[in-house]
Structures are given as C-alpha cells and as structure tokens.
Write a protein that binds this ligand. Structure first.
Ligand SMILES: *Cc1c(COP(=O)(O)O)cnc(C)c1O
Length: 488
C-alpha cells in the first residue's frame, strides 16, 4: 500500500458554456469579450474546472497565457463572419432553434470527420463490427470505454461537440469488457491494450476496474501491457491524490503490476505549467510509485506550446519526476485549425531545437509525428539531396509493420501543415506504401482482420468471403473518432 497523501483535498467543480458569467476570474473581461466567448463556446467544446482556473491559469497574463489559450474559447478561433452572426443571435436573444441551426452549420464546415479512418480501423468479431475498439497497428488495440468519453476539462483545439457524458452504468461496462476479452483471446498478436477516449481517467475506479481486471486473466498471457491515455494528471491531479477513490485507483495500478504486466499511463501534458503545481507533481510521483510508467505526449499547438524552450523544460521536468517523454504530435485538420496550426517546417524546428536542448534521457521523445491514414509519420529532418530540398520522413507505426522505419522523402513545402499536403520528392509519382494502402482501403468494412493479417488476407479468396452486414459502424451515442484527444 502506498502512503496516503498530505495534499489538501479539492472538490471537483466544472464550468461550462452556461457558467461563463459565474467564473469570477472572467469579470476582468468586457461584456463584449464575454459575449464573444459565449459565441465561440457554442461551437467549440468548453469545460474547465476549479483547478484549471485557480491553479493553472496565470490570470495576470491573460489572454496570452498558454493555459488560458488551451482551455478558454478565443474569438479568433472562429471566422469573423461566423462570430458576428453568433454574437448577434445571442445578443438579440434569438430563439434557441435559430442559434442551434447556425451552430450546426458552422460546425459542419470545421471538418468534424477528418480523413474518415474510423471505418478502416474498426475490428470485427464473427462478422460484427466492434465500434468501441480500433485495431490499426498489429500490437495495439485501442479501446474506448463508453464511460470514459468526456474529460475533466476540454482543450480548445480538440473538436468534440458530440460529447457522450459517461454514466456509471456497470451493465454496459461489463458487456464491453466481455467483448474486449473475446477479441483479445482471438488475437494473440495483440500485446497492448490502450484505453482511450475522451479520457478514461474520468471514470470512477470501480468502473475502470471492471474493464481492467478481466484483462489480467491468465488466459490473456499475450497481453503484456495495459495503457491508459489520460489528461487527468494535468487537468485534475486530485484524481490521484484526494478524490474518494484515488487510493483505490493506485491500488488498481499496483494490481496490474502484480499480475506481471506493464502499466503505462499515457499522460497528455501540453505545457510545463501543467507539471509545476504541487498537486501535479505529487500526482505523478504517486503514480510512478505504483510501478506504473508515465509516458508523456502532446500535440504542438500555436498560442499554447509553439516554443522550443517550453518543450525542453517540459521534457526535463518529466524526466526529473520519473516520467518518460514519448511523442510530440502534429495537430490534425479539424476544428479551429487555422487558429492552432503550425506548418510542418515550424513544428520540426520547435521539435529539433527542444531536442537539442535536453540530455539523452529526455530523447526518448519522437516527433513531430502525424497520425495519418498509412501510419504515424515522423518528420525526421529537412535537408537537401542532390540539390532538391526535402522533408526526410519515416513511419513510426504503419498499417503494414513492414513499412515501419523505412526512410522516405517529400518535396519541401514551407506551407505544408499535414501529411496530405506532402508530395513525393525526386519526381516520384507516389510514396512507397501507397499502392498497398489502396488495397487496405478497397477491403475496408468487409474483412477488417487487423494489419497483422495483411499478407494472409491477400492469400484469402476475400472477394467471395465478403459479408453483407451494413457498413454503418457507429455506436448510437458517440463516435470515438470525434471524441479522441489524440486523433488516431
Ligand atoms: C499511436 C497509436 C498506437 C500506439 O502506437 P505506439 O507507437 O505503440 O505508441 C496504437 N494505435 C493507434 C491507432 C495509434 O495511433
């Protein structure tokens, strides 16, 4: 058993769009600015909590404060015409259905379903799609517990308006857990399960336990690692300190360890500030003391962490606390992207300047990485080969494991912000994996056997084995792609 913590408890209090007039710290804004905030919050997700407001944001630096930019809606996140229209509607107290229609129309233009990968990654069991899971890379299954589809606070760049606010419905949990176990039993190639969301850290420990304990069964010997993706250490560290079930959560982490498995908390830290508070530091230390490994990842975001020194400082702090820098992501093409986006060249410069400023212990981090359709593509460098300026690229993960690690090159383009903007260098027609990628796409929705089966699948008479079940693989209440903080 871990020693109990000496932190002062804090009671979680969320603030959402309807609470904007009740956040005392916002009284410093003009009426007009608060109105603009409400307008943006009607389109983009907004939730903060008393910890974010009281301990993370430095109000004397608002509006430039990175934590404020990360969590509070900013007027420039919307097109000025859209903003004006919404502000007029709110100011004139227009009927709710009019506001709703305007919001719906604006949201649709913000590319809510980037590069429809969902249907490519949903696994099946006996011909039935399993919509709470994704299996894209051989080793790792992503699992979206239905109770973990919200967060302690929302990042403004994460575009999720169809929040499925979880309920502690134990029946639902055990049915999903059964499906996960059955899938894993049928897939010995899977060594990792990654709980993601939303934020699985939002779940009460007894709910999380009902998902995790079945995975500790000796029948699932091939499952060696359990990962939990979460921003709770950054947005609500009391989850690991003084919440009623905090000690039980840490006991659960120890149980995973005692079963002989690796437990990785994939912690989302966006800015060093999130590690500087006494609560955050104590939370990370407590988690590490259970034997879990805290691996840290975040996208690079304009106005928030577009600063090499901030990244270097964050990585150093992570190492000092016993955590492991893991990924720097490139934010993808959805939501208020114009506001947040950086070019790939800028992202690379930030990465490499930060990387050069830390010791080898922090260079476990990889990036800047794009979770694109073929795989996780990292920008390794910008260089010149036989006179042509190019991006040197590499796949860190691939739909086909054979693609991983193979260097490839795209023409340098200072304006490219995402993988889709890249064109092969040296006059090539396409990247080396594209032909095979088309084969994946042709077969999607029919024989989703996971990437591990690519070669077997080619040998199969798969055209005749296609099943005629529908192609709609959405769970009624939420769509994991929309809810995912990391844009898989
Ligand atoms: C990133 C990612 C994983 C995990 O990849 P690792 O490199 O092992 O951390 C698994 N599935 C998807 C879809 C991912 O994007």
């Amino acid at each position: 058993m871990l020693p109990t913590t000496r932190m002062e408890p804090k009671k979680y209090r969320p603030y959402e769009a309807r609470d904007i007039d009740r956040i005392p710290q916002l009284e410093r804004l003009s009426e007009e600015d608060r109105l603009a905030m409400k307008a943006v919050a009607s389109v983009l997700p907004f939730r903060v909590n008393n910890y974010v407001v009281e301990e993370l944001i430095r109000w004397e630096n608002v509006p430039d404060d990175p934590m404020y930019q990360l969590t509070f809606p900013q007027r420039d996140m919307l097109d000025p015409r859209d903003l004006d229209r919404l502000m007029d509607l709110i100011r004139s107290e227009a009927p709710p259905e009019k506001l709703r229609a305007a919001v719906g129309e604006i949201r649709k233009r913000l590319n809510p379903h980037p590069a429809g990968q969902m249907d490519l990654n949903v696994p099946t069991q006996r011909g039935e799609p399993l919509p709470g899971m994704q299996h894209k890379y051989r080793e790792t299954v992503l699992f979206f517990p239905s109770q973990g589809q919200t967060c302690h606070a929302y990042c403004t760049y994460c575009f999720r308006w169809a929040q499925f606010v979880g309920e502690d419905d134990m029946k639902f949990a055990s049915r999903e857990a059964d499906q996960l176990v059955a899938y894993l039993k049928a897939h010995p190639e899977v060594s990792n399960v990654l709980f993601t969301g939303g934020d699985p850290g939002i779940m009460r420990t007894r709910v999380l336990r009902s998902y995790i304990e079945p995975l500790l069964s000796p029948e699932l010997e091939h499952l060696t690692s359990i990962r939990i993706g979460t921003k709770a250490p950054a947005y609500w560290p009391y989850r690991f300190l003084t919440d009623r079930d905090a000690d039980d959560l840490l006991a659960l982490f120890e149980e995973v360890r005692e079963s002989g498995r690796h437990l990785a908390l994939m912690a989302h830290f966006t800015h060093p500030r999130e590690l500087e508070t006494p609560a955050a530091e104590a939370a990370v230390r407590r988690i590490v003391d259970t034997g879990a490994v805290v691996r840290c990842q975040s996208p690079v975001i304009r106005h928030v962490n577009d600063d090499a020194e901030a990244w270097a400082r964050m990585w150093r702090m992570q190492v000092a606390l016993g955590a492991v820098p893991y990924y720097m992501f490139v934010e993808r093409d959805t939501g208020a992207q114009n506001y947040f986006e950086l070019s790939l060249a800028e992202a690379y410069e930030i990465f490499i300047n930060a990387y050069r400023g830390v010791s080898g212990l922090a260079r476990t981090v990889r990036g800047p990485s794009m979770s694109a359709n073929p795989g996780k593509v990292v920008v390794d460098g910008i260089t010149r080969i036989h006179g042509e300026k190019v991006f040197a690229l590499r796949m860190l993960q691939g739909r086909n494991p054979d693609w991983v690690g193979r260097p490839f090159f795209a023409r340098f383009d200072p304006n490219a912000v995402w993988y889709d903007d890249l064109r092969p260098a040296f006059g090539e027609r396409e990247f080396f994996f594209e032909e095979e990628l088309r084969e994946f796409e042709e077969d999607k929705k029919f024989e989703i056997l996971g990437p591990a089966n690519l070669r077997d699948r080619r040998a199969l008479p798969h055209r005749s084995s296609r099943r005629s079940h529908g192609t709609a693989v959405q769970r009624e209440t939420f769509d994991p792609m929309r809810n995912s903080p990391f844009d898989y």
